[in-house]
Design a protein around this ligand. Structure first.
Ligand SMILES: Nc1nc2c(ncn2[C@@H]2O[C@H](COP(=O)(O)OP(=O)(O)OP(=O)(O)O)[C@@H](O)[C@H]2O)c(=O)[nH]1
Ligand SMILES: [Mg+2]
Length: 385
């Protein structure tokens, strides 16, 4: 009863989404601790990468404002090139997603192109303190996400030291659910086989945003819970960005500086071999084979796009089918009505026919009777004579 009353009061008081948002903003701003701005110092850089539509751009927006209102969901990829943004002392580089989804095949960003972009960003923005591999578990474990992780792991293994896993769409998850999801994910056979857990050396984090549906329905109760959860996860992520543990990097740097002369010679030999291979490749004598995993993933990308297109076509066909079914139903109904009419007419004609036959029969009878009577009278008269 109390809940219903509360809901009633809330819907009466907050008659629109804007009113709810401004109430949430007031509550949030009363305690600045809840919504920290990334500090100016030390300056940090966070790079967001991962599959297309995972929620990378949304993270940047939520870090800027916990009350970010997501637009209606779109099917196709949005970010087409790296988008740097500055929030306080935090520089965020939002990358286009792997396994790009576009209506036009010619507009597709290949995984190799995105890997090139990633390399370019790493060179330009040195040092990048953290890399966040962003993906969503809201629709379960997805083979594309695992493929993308394996691609990054195989092409950029050195990023492992600074790599964390960030799971989006977590605004409705409690801590138990988060633990269970991550446990299940790391127990996936392919994830275990490729030891992806140890690739994400900076750990696992969760993020979320206000849900589009809750905003549309002006659902005050849902928005309060979602916002609370967004605030907590946002704070943890900002803390992580400013307290990155780089002890392993220092150790690595020390090891690098202590390289022996033998390792330097070995390194030189390797460099000579690699440059010769590159020269041979460029002169076209022995073309190097394409990396099979990239071939596989690009082929799978295309299949994914085709699958999406087929899904859309399928939906359209389903709709058409529904319309045809409706039309068919109407035709059936009309047919039934016509049959009934036909039956009524047939019965009326039958009755008329019967009446005509009866009338003709009685008329014939009468005529025969009259003729017989006349003949009888003649016969009587003759006999009398
Ligand atoms: N509820 C909820 N929706 C989210 C979250 N993250 C992303 N979305 C929605 O998911 C869709 C994709 O989010 P984006 O942030 O554009 O994803 P992206 O990874 O930047 O996508 P691309 O740029 O196309 O690669 C949008 O409709 C978002 O509103 C989240 O944490 N919670
Ligand atoms: Mg994006």
């Amino acid at each position: 009863m109390l809940v219903i009353l509360d809901q009633f009061v809330m819907t009466t008081v907050f008659d629109g989404c804007q009113a709810i948002l401004s109430k949430l903003r007031d509550d949030r701003d009363r305690n600045l601790n809840l919504h920290p701005t990334p500090p100016k110092q030390p300056a940090r850089t966070l790079l967001l990468l991962g599959p297309s539509r995972a929620g990378k751009s949304t993270i940047a927006k939520v870090l800027a404002d916990s009350l970010y209102q997501p637009p209606k969901r779109e099917l196709y990829a949005v970010t087409r090139q790296p988008e740097p943004q500055q929030i306080g002392g935090l520089r965020i580089i939002d990358m286009p997603g792997f396994c790009d989804l576009q209506t036009q095949k010619r507009n597709l960003l290949k995984n190799t192109t995105i890997l090139d972009m990633l390399g370019e960003q790493i060179r330009r923005n040195d040092p990048i303190h953290l890399f966040a591999f962003v993906f969503s578990l809201s629709d379960g474990i997805n083979q594309w996400d695992i493929n993308t992780m394996l691609l990054v792991q195989s092409k950029m293994p050195h990023l492992s030291e600074k790599m964390m896993l960030v799971v989006t769409h977590a605004e409705e998850m409690d801590e138990d659910m988060k633990d269970r999801l991550i446990k299940d994910f790391f127990n996936h056979p392919e994830v275990r086989k490729n030891d992806l857990r140890s690739f994400f050396k900076q750990g696992v984090f969760f993020v979320g945003s206000l849900r589009y549906e809750s905003l549309q329905q002006n659902n005050y109760e849902a928005l309060v819970i979602e916002h609370q959860s967004v605030l907590e996860m946002r704070k943890k992520l900002i803390d992580k960005c400013f307290k990155v543990d780089h002890s392993h990097n220092k150790r690595e740097l020390r090891n690098r500086n202590q390289r022996s002369p033998l390792s330097l010679i070995l390194w030189l030999v390797v460099m000579v071999c690699v440059s010769s291979a590159i020269i041979i490749y460029l002169t076209g004598l022995f073309p190097l084979p394409h990396h099979p995993i990239i071939d596989l993933i690009e082929f799978e990308d295309m299949q994914k796009v085709e699958n999406e297109q087929l899904k859309v076509e399928n939906e359209q066909l389903k709709e058409k089918n529904e319309q045809l079914k409706l039309e068919n139903e109407q035709l059936k109904e009309e047919n039934e009505q016509l049959k009934e009419k036909n039956e009524q007419q047939r019965r009326a004609i039958e009755i008329q026919n019967k009446q005509v036959t009866d009338f003709a029969a009685s008329f014939l009878n009468n005529t025969i009777n009259t003729e017989c009577e006349t003949k009888d009278t003649h016969v009587h008269k003759k006999e009398e004579r």
